[in-house]
Design a protein. Structure first.
Length: 429
């Protein structure tokens, strides 16, 4: 028996379509609404709150070959020891291919750790292989330390201005970042002590030798004072030293980590990026045992271990070649380039500008008269086919908009001279 459509017992039209099969030829003509996809979950708050690197953004904009780029912190590629590095990789792959291409321990290849420990000890800091953890660049060491030491909301003290990528790492960890007041010699120990008492930070991050971005070096007596503050009030010191071997003038200043007050609370970071080649991505950290083990656990979760073949090649290079002699050759060239930039700044910059005179490293820091905003000026400077990094992103607190960073190692003295002439035109145009 068929139920009539007009019967009060009949289903409504919408449910009729859903419950009564239609002939195949009719079903093909019935419109069906497309399902509305649900939105995907949002990104983590820590990623949304931390921006990208302005340096990387500028490098992308200035990739044109005609641009003289003072923005990047790039070692000069023509000075890489390509033959020595290639020979070291050939040795690793030919003499121990099964090992070179296999998984390795998280802590790092023993032979490399032994070579690194010997170099560190020779520079005045007694070190064994067990004191070291090999990392995929010293940037990873910073990330591992943030994972091991910081909970969201913890306070980190930094220099003003500060290495930009460190600010990114601590920001991604959810830390509260506070700048320590200072002067041309670096953080002020009295101001540091006051902040430690008031803010109860977990750590102080510092690049005390040829700092990025300023090029300044913390004097020995101030290093001792910083170490004393850490000992007196309870504080980790993260001492980042990627540039220390690139010294052109003056005498080497001992690491903070070598100071008696700081030996049990200082993490020393090192890197091959500036003295061998950044592309092999090799760094290391030297830390007290408990913290080093915590960083190893964090590294297991991050990448298991740093590439074995790179580690074995670096160990071979340290065995078969003279890295110190190579660094000396590089430093001699970089010294000429630094001097060329220093010689041309007075003519290129507006009257009233001041700048640092670094004894080594890769950077110098410029402060223009207060009316200048280097972020706003950058487009018209880039239009002259030259680039710098505005200073504002390097500040954890209130930025100084009149500052900028210049890298002097990548270009020849002739290119530096031309770049400074272009910079002068851009700043006054």
């Amino acid at each position: 028996m068929t139920v009539a459509a007009e019967s009060p017992e009949a289903p409504a039209p919408d449910s009729l379509h859903a419950s009564v099969p239609l002939p195949a030829h009719a079903a093909a003509h019935v419109p069906v609404a497309a399902p509305v996809p649900a939105s995907v979950p949002s990104l983590a708050a820590r990623v949304r709150s931390v921006g990208g690197s302005p340096v990387r953004d500028i490098l992308a904009v200035t990739a044109r070959p005609e641009v003289i780029n003072f923005a990047g912190g790039l070692p000069a590629p023509e000075l890489f020891d390509r033959e020595g590095v290639a020979a070291a990789f050939r040795y690793a792959l030919e003499e121990a291919p099964a090992r070179a291409l296999q998984y390795a321990t998280t802590e790092g290849e023993p032979v490399l750790r032994e070579r690194l420990a010997a170099r560190t000890a020779a520079r005045g800091l007694p070190t064994t292989a067990e004191d070291l953890l090999v990392t995929t660049g010293s940037q990873q060491a910073l990330s591992l330390l943030a994972t091991a030491l910081l909970d969201p909301g913890d306070t980190v003290l930094v220099e003003a201005p500060c290495y930009l990528a460190a600010l990114q790492v601590f920001g991604l960890a959810g830390a509260r970042i506070v700048a320590v007041p200072g002067d041309a010699d670096g953080p002020d120990p009295e101001a540091l002590a006051d902040l430690v008492v008031r803010e109860r930070p977990k750590l102080l991050y510092t690049v005390p030798t040829f700092q990025n971005p300023t090029g300044r070096t913390l004097p020995a007596e101030r290093r001792a004072a910083v170490a004393a503050v850490a000992a007196r009030h309870g504080l980790w010191i993260v001492e980042d030293d990627p540039y220390g071997e690139l010294r052109y003038d003056g005498e080497r200043v001992p690491w903070i980590a070598a100071h008696p007050d700081a030996r049990d609370r200082t993490v020393l970071l090192g890197s091959f990026s500036k003295v061998m080649a950044p592309g092999i991505r090799l760094g290391w950290l030297r830390a007290p045992a408990d913290l080093r083990r915590a960083c190893a656990v964090a590294k297991q979760a991050a990448d298991l271990h740093t590439p074995t073949v790179n580690q074995l090649a670096a160990a071979r290079y340290l065995t078969a070649f003279d890295l110190d002699a190579h660094v000396a050759r590089v430093a001699a060239v970089y010294r000429e380039r630094r001097d060329a930039m220093l010689a041309g700044l007075a003519d290129a910059l507006p009257a009233g500008s001041v700048w640092t005179r670094p004894e080594g490293g890769m950077f110098l820091w410029v402060r223009l008269p207060e009316r200048y905003d280097t972020t706003a000026l950058l487009p018209q400077v880039v239009a002259q086919d030259v680039a710098y990094v505005p200073g504002a992103p390097f500040y954890a607190g209130e930025p100084d908009h009149s500052t900028l960073r210049l890298c002097f190692v990548t270009q020849t003295p002739e290119e530096i001279g031309e770049g400074l002439r272009r910079l002068g035109r851009g700043l006054t145009g």
